[in-house]
Design a protein around this ligand. Structure first.
Ligand code: HEC
Ligand code: HEC
Ligand code: HEC
Ligand code: HEC
Length: 278
């Protein structure tokens, strides 16, 4: 379990804003190909993370792109983050319905996909029935009420359950996790959502952020730039750890080293010269 929760720094190329993908990612990949020979000969990194180190791992798979034969991702040799997506949709599933906002009139609704979160969760994958492998009401009894109490489990996820680092004491585990159906998230009205659709839960309390995310001002998408084109949306928990947002809202990503200078150029003085012509 250690490897999943190491507290390495996360890189996020696009904090907010619209799509990162298409040409810009190909641009980054091109720069990576230009690395000096000695770095290239090192054992290539084929396991990397997409947004949160330890919580969004991805394995490089060759030739997933039918047209050009690209791998699904290229991993950075220096930061362990994904550098480039050869197939932005590899391993994704439909995002599903959007809460409250009727997006059916907008073309991007039908073509919105996400990377499922369930395969990334340690406890979800401990047994055949997900969290219910233990939380079946017998092995672990259902909690009697929602009152915060000290629990003797999951310290790797929440160090001290009486000091949950989300909500400044106003919310607790069972405001988000269903008491009797532990495989699901739950909102204050009792609606249950899959771990793959955390935006529905987060959006129920963080309406402003949800609306911004929905509009593409908050979060990240890759894929087609076209209105109505297929896009992969990053869900809230790909960037935010719901159990530690009070300690760190978001772990900043470690930047890549500066790219190599073009062949024949000795330094970047020309670039630094100020407002001169480029
Ligand atoms: C290996 C068994 C096991 C698995 C698998 C497991 N849990 Fe638990 N969990 C426990 C135990 C035991 C407790 C109660 C500890 C106590 O009362 O001191 C607990 C307590 C909790 C609590 C506190 C509320 C309560 O019911 O006591 C939450 C929330 C929770 N687990 C969430 C999850 C989620 C979400 C998953 C799946 C992603 C999961 N657990 C999977 C064993 C497990
Ligand atoms: C604000 C909502 C929220 C609260 C409060 C909350 N959780 Fe969670 N929890 C989530 C979400 C969302 C996930 C899925 C995270 C992801 O996709 O990475 C999760 C995942 C988990 C998991 C599975 C982690 C894994 O890798 O298998 C456990 C265990 C868990 N929570 C326990 C708890 C316990 C115990 C508490 C209370 C002390 C708690 N949670 C409070 C939203 C919450
Ligand atoms: C039940 C309501 C509720 C839910 C559900 C909820 N949050 Fe929160 N969240 C809060 C409260 C309350 C705060 C504390 C706000 C403050 O300190 O002003 C908070 C704080 C935060 C912060 C820190 C904000 C800051 O200003 O520092 C982030 C980030 C955050 N939540 C993300 C999430 C994400 C991601 C989810 C979904 C996994 C989520 N929240 C689900 C109630 C909620
Ligand atoms: C691509 C990554 C990414 C995704 C996806 C994302 N966020 Fe954020 N979020 C950030 C960053 C970066 C910040 C700013 C962190 C800081 O100021 O330290 C932030 C800040 C926040 C805050 C703090 C208050 C604020 O407005 O600055 C909240 C609350 C929040 N996000 C909720 C959400 C919710 C809810 C979702 C899903 C609907 C979501 N985020 C999706 C990256 C993301």
């Amino acid at each position: 379990m250690d490897f999943l929760h190491k507290s390495s720094k996360i890189v996020l190329l696009a904090l907010c804003g619209f799509l990162v993908g298409g040409l810009s990612t190909y641009g980054i990949a091109y720069a990576a190909e230009e690395k000096p020979a000695e770095t290239q000969s090192a054992q290539p990194v084929t396991e990397c993370f997409e947004s949160r180190a330890g919580f969004s791992s991805v394995t490089r798979v060759e030739n997933v792109d039918p047209k050009y034969g690209y791998p699904n991702v290229k991993c950075s040799q220096t930061t362990g983050a994904v550098l480039w997506w050869g197939d932005p949709f590899y391993g994704t599933i439909p995002m599903g319905e959007m809460p409250s906002i009727n997006d059916k009139t907008r073309g991007d609704f039908a073509n919105a996909v996400v990377k499922p979160r369930e395969p990334q969760l340690v406890y979800f994958n401990m047994g055949p029935n997900g969290c219910k492998t233990c939380h079946d009401g017998k092995i672990v009894p259902y909690p009697k009420n929602k009152k915060p109490r000290l629990i003797g489990m999951h310290q790797d996820i929440v160090n001290n359950s009486l000091e949950l680092m989300h909500g400044r004491g106003a919310i607790w585990c069972l405001d988000c996790h269903s008491a009797k159906n532990r495989n699901k998230l739950v909102d204050r009205e009792g609606n249950e959502f899959s771990f793959n659709q955390p935006q529905k839960l987060c959006g129920s309390c963080h309406g402003e952020n949800y609306i911004d995310w929905r509009a593409g001002i908050h979060g990240k998408r890759i894929g087609s730039w076209k209105t109505g084109g297929k896009k992969r949306w990053w869900v809230c928990t790909e960037c935010h750890n719901p159990h530690t947002v009070q300690i760190e809202r978001f772990n900043p990503l470690q930047p890549e080293p500066a790219p190599a200078l073009p062949r024949g150029m000795k330094n970047a003085d020309y670039e630094r010269a100020g407002d001169g012509e480029h």
